[in-house]
Design a protein around this ligand. Structure first.
Ligand code: BGC
Length: 373
């Protein structure tokens, strides 16, 4: 696995900014109208199977991807994890796979599905060759998939998994669409195991049960649902009794999580033994409130997150976060890039492509941090 170098990432961030600057939304209405016409014109060909679409793409491919255009839309740029992911994605496409920088365009969905759908329509109108999409709402996948299918453009969904029925449809109807991500059940289980691996299995006050608060990501997102469920399940499967004091959505956001943790610490005080956060950004927020409340992680409260943001991994080393789970954005970005190329070459692609998570605890945190830097 090749890890990005910091300098490269910064250089790419500016390439991306330049690319984006050249992509203003001033003609959005015009391009949207054009997209509608184009969509109508292609409706007749709507039944064309994905294999045909992929073959068409392959015929147009000379084996050299440098002239191929990749349209990427990220659900919102203002997300710590997705920022690492998109930086690696652009680096990998341009440096390792040979796409020209000007042919790799990344758009900010700004957390607004209507806006993102417009961006995708523009990519279609401008005849992009393949799309890599991190949807604002995974539930929009059927509509977006159909738009891409009608235009004969393959699509690689990343990070926010469409539901199983939609993924099955890609196989059964031969649609050139796929998902690259991680099985969030695994990350939830690892979080629970990290609590089980502590000296008192999470029961700091020895009352026979683990009392916790759960700070969720966006609950529409399967990552949030599974991490919430499986972190606690790991405890109950091991025969540990649990008590949920509070579960609240923090939308993956540090500031929101800080507020939730602050209120919970005020309300429940020492009763809270564990704070589960669906991601590290929220664990960083929770830590601010834990410290402000005069509590000490690993002594009188445990705290776990997911992602392995460098700051969180450093906190694990310093004993300020009990553990995290590496959400491997390098492997995911590289898999997404490789699969985009497979589509362009007309090769067959599995509908679901999963990358493994791994645990990050005090034992291996320094090793993980060295890899991340
Ligand atoms: C990450 C979160 C991120 C979310 C975005 C999750 O897999 O763990 O940090 O905010 O994806 O969809």
């Amino acid at each position: 696995m090749r890890l990005a170098k910091k300098a490269t990432a910064i250089a790419l961030a500016s390439v991306m900014a330049m690319t984006l600057a050249g992509c203003s939304s001033s003609n959005t209405a015009a391009t949207t109208a054009a997209a509608t016409t184009a969509a109508a014109e292609t409706t007749a060909a709507a039944t064309e199977s994905a294999k045909e679409a992929a073959t068409t793409a392959a015929e147009a491919t000379t084996g050299d991807v440098s002239d191929k255009k990749v349209g990427i839309s990220i659900y919102k740029f203002d997300d710590n994890f997705m920022t690492l992911y998109r930086t690696e994605l652009v680096r990998y496409l341009t440096e390792d796979l040979g796409f020209k920088s000007e042919n790799v365009v990344v758009q900010d969905g700004k957390g607004d599905q209507a806006e993102q759908t417009n961006q995708i329509q523009n990519f279609i109108t401008q005849k992009y060759d393949v799309l890599i999409l991190n949807l604002v709402q995974a539930s929009s996948a059927p509509e977006i998939t159909d738009m891409c299918k009608e235009a004969g453009i393959p699509v690689v969904y990343i990070n926010r998994e469409p539901d199983a029925a939609e993924e099955e449809r890609w196989s059964s109807e031969g649609i050139a669409a796929t998902y690259v991500g991680c099985d969030a059940r695994q990350s939830g289980t690892y979080q629970g195991e990290e609590i089980l691996e502590t000296s008192n299995k999470g029961d700091i006050n020895g009352d026979g049960k683990v009392s916790y608060i759960m700070i969720q990501g966006d609950p529409e997102n399967v990552d949030a649902q599974y991490r919430t469920e499986f972190s606690v399940k790991a405890l109950t499967d091991a025969g540990v009794e649990v008590e949920q004091l509070l579960m609240q959505r923090g939308d993956w956001d540090q500031a929101k999580a800080q507020q939730i943790a602050q209120d919970a610490l005020n309300q429940y005080g020492d009763k809270i033994e564990v704070i589960f956060c669906n991601n590290d950004a929220m664990a960083l927020g929770a830590l601010q409130s834990i410290e402000a409340a005069g509590r000490k992680v690993n002594e009188d409260i445990y705290l776990v997150g997911v992602d392995a943001l460098t700051e969180a991994v450093q906190n694990v080393i310093d004993g300020k976060q009990t553990g995290t789970v590496f959400n491997d954005h390098f492997a995911q970005a590289q898999a997404a890039g490789d699969i985009a190329v497979k589509f362009l070459k007309g090769e067959s692609v599995d509908p679901v492509n999963m990358v493994d998570y791994s645990k990050v605890t005090q034992e291996n945190a320094q090793e993980v941090l060295d890899k991340l830097k």
